[in-house]
Design a protein around this ligand. Structure first.
Ligand SMILES: Nc1ncnc2c1ncn2[C@@H]1O[C@H](COP(=O)(O)OP(=O)(O)OP(=O)(O)O)[C@@H](O)[C@H]1O
Ligand code: SF4
Ligand SMILES: [Mg+2]
Length: 358
């Protein structure tokens, strides 16, 4: 990778989100999309966020960046000591892109179809840095080379539709890197890509992270990605984290039945097998009419009466730093209760990048 000026390596950049609540008023009622999410990520570290569709992963991230304008929001999100949730729109705009970059699943939503790729990246640079057009252009070309676009100086003149899906995602990463952000939020960045390209993109993100000590939040449905990349994992259910632990602990001794359900059929998770989250019988609850008590109780094989009456708080249990929101977390020792859910699907595709995870 080329030698760009990095960030001061001594500064441990940390995003610390505490008690994030996000709700939307809709004609059907109030959608409580995020209900008390707390997590943090440090410089050079990766936080993996997993959970079924609708669990509030994207809304949490978009809210941090001020992109859920219609929502009612509370909580704090200290980014390098400043609360993102208390910033004005102008301040947030300066932070977005310059210090926090977001990579979406579909790069076409972020790349403008009518402008050449190189120009878009150059303008991203110039929006935050006072340099000439020519200097910004050469930075853009260098970045495209960094992310592995062949013949970058020529391809910089292409429009997004002239790039393949994998190349567009690389261009997005180049755009995200243009400002050498302290934090990259990647929301399912590789879901739309085929397996080979996916591995390359993940390797690229890891490489960038190592080089620039970037903090990374990786949202994914793919346990292999988490197994290979994440230092810490947050499992979301019905708008809140139900378990937080380091990667090894999550796979070896999860303390929440939902985590067990998601991972239950992954004997190779430690050996990094490409694996979608295991479908768990039943549906996530309506976020407008949440069930009383633990929101997972209608699907939980361990539910008891108390679970139907009171929602469990997220408390420390098990390994250092591990937290679970389950009344029965302490009983869920390694091996206790065995497999809670019957596996419904399994794919055995092994991938290299994940084997090499830290
Ligand atoms: N603008 C909005 N108005 C009303 N409800 C919304 C709005 N945006 C999101 N939601 C709801 O908030 C909930 C959480 O959505 P979110 O997009 O965060 O889920 P997710 O965990 O990212 O799911 P996926 O894995 O499918 O991307 C969903 O029920 C969604 O329908
Ligand atoms: S609190 Fe009860 S219902 Fe909820 S996950 Fe734990 S055992 Fe299951
Ligand atoms: Mg999402």
């Amino acid at each position: 990778m080329s030698a760009q000026a990095g960030w001061p390596a001594s500064e441990p950049v940390t995003l610390a989100v505490e008690g994030l609540h996000v709700s939307f008023r809709t004609p059907d009622g109030i959608v409580r999309a995020v209900r008390g999410a707390s997590f943090e990520v440090q410089a050079g570290a990766t936080l993996g966020i997993v959970g079924e569709s609708g669990s509030g992963k994207s809304v949490s991230m978009l809210t941090l960046l001020g992109l859920t304008s219609a929502a009612e929001v509370s909580g704090t999100a200290l980014f390098r000591g400043r609360d993102l949730l208390a910033m004005s729109e102008d301040e947030l705009r300066r932070v977005r892109g310059a210090q926090i970059s977001m990579i979406f699943q579909d790069p076409l939503t972020s790349l403008h179809p009518h402008y050449r790729i190189g120009r878009q990246i150059a303008e991203a640079v110039r929006a935050h840095e006072k340099i000439s057009r020519a200097a910004a252009r050469s930075q853009a070309v260098e970045l495209l080379g960094t992310v592995g676009i062949p013949r970058a100086s020529q391809r910089a003149d292409d429009y997004p539709h002239q790039f393949s899906g994998g190349m567009r995602q690389r261009a997005m990463i180049a755009m995200a890197l243009a400002l050498r952000p302290a934090l990259i939020i990647a929301d399912e960045p590789t879901t739309a890509l085929d397996a080979t390209v996916e591995v390359q993109i993940l390797q690229l993100l890891q490489q960038v992270q190592r080089e620039y000590q970037t903090a990374l939040i990786m949202i994914t449905h793919d346990l292999g990605v988490i197994a290979g990349m994440a230092d810490t994992v947050t499992v979301m259910y019905a708008g809140r984290p139900v378990e937080i632990a380091d990667r090894r602990t999550i796979y070896r001794s999860p303390r929440h039945p939902y985590t067990r359900g998601l991972l239950g059929s992954v004997p190779g998770a430690r050996g990094a097998i490409k694996q979608r989250l295991t479908p768990i019988p039943g549906q996530p609850p309506s976020l407008i009419r949440l069930p009383r008590g633990c929101p997972f109780h209608p699907r939980c094989p361990l539910a008891m009466q108390h679970c139907r009456e009171e929602e469990p708080p997220l408390l420390e249990v098990g390994a250092p730093g591990q937290r679970s929101a389950c009344w029965r977390a302490a009983e869920l020792d390694e091996g206790e209760h065995g497999l809670l859910f019957v596996p419904q699907q399994m794919s055995g595709e092994v991938s290299d990048v994940r084997e090499g995870g830290r």
